[in-house]
Design a protein around this ligand. Structure first.
Ligand SMILES: Nc1nc2c(c(=O)[nH]1)N[C@H]1C(S)=C(S)[C@@H](COP(=O)(O)O)O[C@H]1N2
Ligand SMILES: [Mo]
Length: 302
């Protein structure tokens, strides 16, 4: 499938003998525009080297309330989730609605590696080396109709396999939504892997959304339905507390959560060396996504 936007380096761009821990030294991304940025290239000023967090951090400190509300609950319980077979219903304002088998989706998509910052609304952050495909490619496969303005997402709801859903901490199933232009943005990923391995259940197997400029709860896990609509879809955290969680939920250090500042974040891991760092506008993806929100009052549309 032709790529419209290819500044992300993949494994193939690194020297063949390099293992991931060498690659991560040279993979530099997040900066927009064409042209990969390798350390040592004159272009390096535009680039930023992101150091991915260890597998251990990414897969043991999770939010996935279907498996419990503790950070360690998803890693402890998500093995209960059956991810084979899996299919995603794509419906609503599309030319080819239907039940798409996960294998068929994978066969049609181009899997890339994307090292993204990940910022939870709770003010912690990580850097994750995702593998996945652009959501736009999947939506184009289904054929988005011109009346579509939003995309709604839904997570599997299986009380037998998801102990957390037996408690109504949220109104299940978990649902999320994006405006169509956000969904079609080349940064918006459907992740199917981490560090080149299948994405673990606790991170949202077999496929989950990743929207790196928005707070983590927008990045809905274990997606079973994608619906194109002409109305802003309901979202789980907004339904739970509309005063605290808006539809947009763009990372914004200047707009505080009602109960805490969003100006800085705790970087996960590091033990004694754990640190806080300033939170960046749109989580550092301002150059790529600011134009989506031109003229919008981001304090009002939080
Ligand atoms: N279905 C579902 N998706 C979800 C959540 C959830 O509880 N259920 N938690 C969200 C939140 S709050 C965050 S921070 C991220 C965490 O993703 P990670 O565990 O891969 O870091 O998943 C998001 N997606
Ligand atoms: Mo989160």
């Amino acid at each position: 499938m032709a790529r419209r936007w290819t500044n992300r380096l993949t494994e193939n761009d690194a020297t063949p003998e390099a293992d991931f821990f060498n690659r991560r030294q040279i993979i530099a991304l997040a900066a927009g525009g064409a042209g990969a940025a390798l350390v040592g290239l004159p272009d390096a000023a535009r680039a930023e080297t992101l150091e991915p967090h260890p597998w251990e951090d990414i897969t043991s400190y999770n939010n996935y309330y279907e498996f419990g509300t503790g950070k360690g609950d998803p890693a402890a319980n998500a093995h209960l989730l059956t991810t084979e077979p899996w299919s995603v219903t794509i419906d609503g304002l599309v030319d080819k609605p239907g039940n798409y088998a996960f294998e068929d989706i994978m066969a049609a998509m181009t899997i890339e590696e994307r090292i993204y910052r990940f910022r939870c609304v709770e003010a912690w952050s990580m850097v994750v080396p995702w593998n996945g495909f652009e959501l736009a490619d999947l939506l184009n496969l289904a054929g988005v109709q011109s009346r579509a303005k939003y995309v709604a997402f839904e997570t599997a709801l299986r009380p037998d396999e998801m102990p957390g859903t037996r408690t109504r901490v949220l109104d299940w199933p978990y649902v999320e939504g994006l405006r169509l232009d956000e969904a079609m943005h080349p940064l918006t990923l459907m992740a199917t892997g981490i560090y080149g391995r299948d994405i673990p259940n606790q991170n949202g197997a077999p496929l989950r959304l990743v929207v790196p400029w928005k707070y983590g709860f927008k990045s809905i896990k274990s997606v079973v339905r994608i619906t194109l609509t002409d109305k802003e879809p309901p979202t789980s955290w907004n339904k739970a507390n509309a005063r605290e969680y808006g539809f947009y939920s763009n990372v914004n250090p200047e707009v505080a959560h009602r109960r805490w500042s969003q100006a800085s974040e705790r970087v996960i891991g590091g033990g004694l060396f754990a640190k806080r760092q300033p939170t960046l506008m749109f989580n550092g993806y301002q150059e790529e996504v600011a134009s989506l929100y031109k003229g919008m009052d981001l304090a009002r549309f939080f």
